[in-house]
Design a protein around this ligand. Structure first.
Ligand code: ZN
Length: 508
């Protein structure tokens, strides 16, 4: 490679190493750090973030970048390295230092204020801090727009999580979902049918849950010699390099679903990180393509695989070994499966996003999408949010929060300044279904493979079509290369409808 390209990659390797160091500190903070370690850790993370930011803004990096850009062949690997590096450099340099500092300082203040407000169920005490967070974020978005990141505020913010995504392409996807899901959820409610969930409830001791979850994660292909499983308040995945990718979980003693599906979800994320090409590690294209693509990997394993009858044909006998006291009334595995499977597809409109089922989940996202775009276009003020939130929930989900703790204050995102982030969850759900259909199309009878526990075939397909590409292509290119068509809501809606109709015995 040429001199400027070498220089670009050499500098990027340092930036990547700094980020990995920060990620290790953040992982430790969530898993093993004693509570009194917090202030010292916060300081260490802030210094690392500052050093990383300085490296990104270093004129010598920009010079190497321009030099590499001048010699990169269009469509080639170096052009992709330049594209990804430039994205990060533009975002880092666009925001003036005093604004970046104001944002960082206000984040910790607003986070604390949100925690207090949510515990006290009091929006008014958080309103001024949220207003300032919105104002600072608008300033930041305007700085991104001025730097050419995107033409509009919403898009400039969204682009930070989902490169290339725009409100104008997101809206038709989310509206297609809304227009199909609202009647589907009403049809379930109108049917008067309910699903008996006792197959998922009982007593599930933590060691047995862990043992079963580890067996499933191993079958999925998670390499425990390049990863580990720890407990944390909120499950997450973090990768420092493809050979050190860690997951966390939490569990519930009286219902096995949150623990198991949480682990399958995080393992899906981790398989992506473990499957990134080692030879690109530390380069601009070495990471995941976007948050939406990341979420597609977790959702595919959690839902398309983890909630399928075929997977449970393999998993149920193993489940019964770990929980010998469960299903004792029910002799054969086939009968137990008939009892269990519908309980994996319940539909219940609720107020809390993180507890939502897979059918209503995306309606929670549509609510946030609508409110955020009105907030950033100036149609809505912070003071309007609690009522607008409740009204939109009532319209879309048919439930209305009676307080702000279960309404507008439930998510941490806005207090951290993470606006326009929520749609990445839905993009992940849509892409998961589209990828799974494409894999089925290519691999033939996926059900037979899942039922035999041969999950490696599906993993290999994802490795080839998603993981090994890292950020070599734009997200739009990646989706078309892997599935043959641009991202749409169709596959996801087909998947949901088939499950809901079968679980509830209705035709919606
Ligand atoms: Zn996830």
């Amino acid at each position: 490679m040429s001199e400027p390209a070498d220089e670009l990659l050499r500098r990027w390797a340092d930036i990547s190493a700094l980020r990995a160091a920060a990620a290790v500190l953040a992982w430790d903070q969530e898993t093993h750090m004693p509570p009194k370690g917090q202030p010292g850790r916060g300081r260490a993370l802030a210094v690392l973030a500052g050093v990383t930011h300085d490296r990104l803004c270093d004129p010598a990096l920009l010079e190497a970048l321009d030099g590499a850009a001048a010699i990169a062949e269009p469509g080639g690997e170096l052009a992709a390295q330049v594209r990804e590096a430039r994205r990060a450099v533009i975002r880092a340099t666009a925001v003036p230092a005093d604004l970046a500092r104001a944002l960082a300082e206000h984040q910790s203040r607003a986070l604390a204020s949100w925690q207090t407000a949510r515990a006290a169920n009091d929006f008014a005490s958080f309103a001024a801090d949220l207003k300032r967070m919105v104002d600072l974020t608008i300033e930041q978005a305007d700085a991104f727009v001025a730097a050419g990141v995107a033409d509009r505020r919403y898009d400039a913010l969204l682009d930070g999580y989902e490169p290339g995504a725009r409100e104008a392409t997101l809206a038709p996807l989310l509206h297609a979902l809304r227009d199909e899901l609202v009647p589907l959820v009403r049809a379930v409610a109108g049917s008067g049918r309910t699903i008996d969930e006792s197959a998922c409830r009982g007593s599930f001791p933590e060691p047995a849950q862990r043992g079963f979850a580890v067996e499933v994660a191993t079958a999925m292909g998670y390499d425990f010699d390049a990863g580990r499983l720890d407990a944390s308040a909120h499950p997450f995945t973090t990768g420092f390099n493809p050979n050190d990718v860690r997951i966390t979980w939490r569990w519930q003693d009286d219902d096995f679903r949150p623990g198991l599906f949480g682990v399958m979800h995080e393992t899906g994320h981790a398989l992506y990180e473990q499957g990134l090409p080692v030879e690109w590690h530390g380069t601009p294209i070495g990471g995941a393509a976007s948050l939406g693509v990341h979420e597609s990997q977790s959702r595919l394993w959690e839902n398309q695989v983890g909630r399928s009858r075929a997977f449970w044909q393999w998993a149920l006998p193993r489940f019964r070994e770990h929980f010998p006291g469960h299903f004792v009334q029910n002799g054969g595995n086939a009968a137990a499966l008939d009892e269990l499977w519908p309980a994996l597809h319940t539909v219940r409109p609720s107020l809390i996003r993180v507890e939502a089922d897979e059918t209503t989940y995306n309606l929670h996202i549509v609510v946030r999408f609508e409110l955020e775009r009105q907030l950033f276009s100036g149609e809505l003020t912070v003071g309007d949010l609690p009522d607008a939130w409740a009204d939109t929930y009532e319209q879309l989900l048919g439930v209305r929060p009676s307080d702000v703790a279960t309404g507008v204050l439930q998510d941490i995102h806005w207090s951290m300044g993470a606006f326009c982030y929520f749609p990445t969850y839905t993009l992940g759900n849509l892409l998961a279904a589209q990828l799974f259909e494409a894999a089925e199309h290519e691999l033939g009878d996926l059900d037979a493979l899942l039922a035999a526990g041969e999950l490696q075939v599906l993993l290999d397909w994802l490795r080839t079509n998603v993981h090994r590409n890292a950020s070599r292509y734009t997200v739009d290119e990646l989706v078309v290369r892997a599935t043959g068509t641009p991202l749409a809501a169709d596959a996801f809606l087909r998947y949901l409808r088939a499950n809901v109709e079968a679980a509830y015995g209705i035709t919606a």
